[in-house]
Design a protein around this ligand. Structure first.
Ligand SMILES: Cc1ncc(COP(=O)(O)O)c(C=O)c1O
Length: 368
């Protein structure tokens, strides 16, 4: 083991933070009720509103990773016995089902094969068949397969009593996402992918109607730590009621990452991811690699690729790490052992990442 390994992080996350975010980690620690810290959290909330494309007041980073934000949304919006419709076309759709079920919800699954996008018509039909469903959840960017699900087409849910919950862990900051325009009621992400900060904070936003649902609960949120109502009172309400010892270090880093993203501008950041992802995908197919996601629904920031027939992926992936310090991820589910998941996210979404990876892949393949 190297004491301070320095990797090019081209897996499904974390990605390399922006240098400004790494630098911010060295600032002096602040108390979690320090006025300067609370002011920083208010600035972060405003930047997150911009990145999410929302005016939602309840917009904050949960302490933890993307899974904490997923649990916070499901635990805060669902009461035991309530119904949740979940779109499942990959590993993270499955996780949504698992977390909702553990929370006591009754889950209605709407499926598509891994590698294919969910059909919005199927999801809307499931809501019509279950009009009492409290929420309908989908993953915008399925990190297990590199599929982009069509979230904008689910806007008609706003005319029903069912909330639209969107997992944007891999999507946010990498591809277009517009919370207010697409009528999303609850959306969450994570600091370590396209937002360009280290893992440790997980942004969440709730629409006013989702906040009303949360406030109208007749049972308390089972998780104290992930109760979005309590987190709102701590971070955003004038009382700033103590909830937990939140990390100013992580807040500085997330804030720095968001600043870089917003200074570059949403559209330019999305187009940077789009052109880098397209370049990688073209180069891989020319080398005989397959693309797992169906055409028209491929994410640029996450490419799940099938290795050419007869190649054993794990030793090749290990060689990329050991010899070149480049991390890529292995396949999940039925694609384990046959696929790689390559992220070009945030600061790592650059032409130079593609060139470095391809040069290293060519060398390890030449010896395979
Ligand atoms: C789409 C999606 N949802 C949820 C998660 C869980 O996030 P974390 O690993 O940060 O807890 C991930 C992680 O990769 C993800 O890609």
């Amino acid at each position: 083991m190297t004491a301070h390994a320095d990797r090019l992080l081209l897996g499904p996350g974390p990605s390399n933070p922006y240098p400004e975010a790494t630098e911010a980690l060295g600032r002096p620690v602040l108390g979690h009720l320090d006025p300067d810290y609370l002011c920083l959290m208010s600035d972060i909330a405003e930047d997150l509103r911009s990145v999410f494309g929302t005016r939602n007041e309840l917009t904050l980073p949960v302490s933890g990773t993307g899974s904490a934000a997923m649990e916070a949304c499901l635990a805060s919006l669902l009461q035991p016995g309530e119904r949740a419709i979940v779109g499942v076309n990959g590993y993270f759709g499955e996780r949504l089902c698992e977390v909702a079920t553990r929370g006591g919800a009754e889950v209605v699954r709407v499926e598509a094969p891994w590698g294919r996008a969910l059909d919005p018509a199927d999801l809307l039909a499931a809501q019509r068949a279950n009009p009492d469903a409290r929420l309908l959840a989908v993953v915008a960017a399925e990190t297990s397969t590199g599929v982009r699900n069509d979230v904008a087409a689910l806007a008609p849910l706003s005319e029903t009593d069912t909330l639209l919950l969107v997992d944007a862990v891999t999507a946010l900051g990498g591809t277009e996402l517009r919370v207010d325009e697409w009528k999303i009621d609850a959306c969450y992400s994570a600091s370590q992918k396209c937002l360009g900060a280290p893992p440790g904070l997980a942004p969440v936003t709730l629409s006013p109607r989702a906040v009303d649902v949360m406030r109208a609960r007749t049972t308390p949120v089972r998780s104290f730590y992930l109760d979005l109502g309590l987190l709102h009172e701590y971070y955003l309400a004038p009382s700033h009621r103590y909830h937990h010892t939140a990390s100013s270090t992580m807040a500085y880093a997330l804030h720095a990452g968001l600043r870089v993203l917003l200074e570059e501008g949403h559209e330019l950041v999305w187009s940077r991811h789009a052109s880098v992802g397209a370049r990688l995908q073209n180069a891989l197919t020319k080398r005989g690699f397959g693309l797992l996601a169906e055409e028209g629904h491929r994410l640029p920031q996450l490419t799940a690729t099938l290795l050419p027939e007869g190649l054993d992926e794990a030793p090749l992936r290990r060689a990329l790490l050991d010899r070149y310090g480049i991390e890529v991820g292995g396949g999940l589910g039925e694609f384990a052992g046959r696929a790689w998941r390559i992220g070009m996210m945030g600061h790592a979404a650059r032409e130079r990442s593609v060139l470095a990876l391809l040069a290293a892949v060519d060398e390890v393949l030449a010896e395979a």
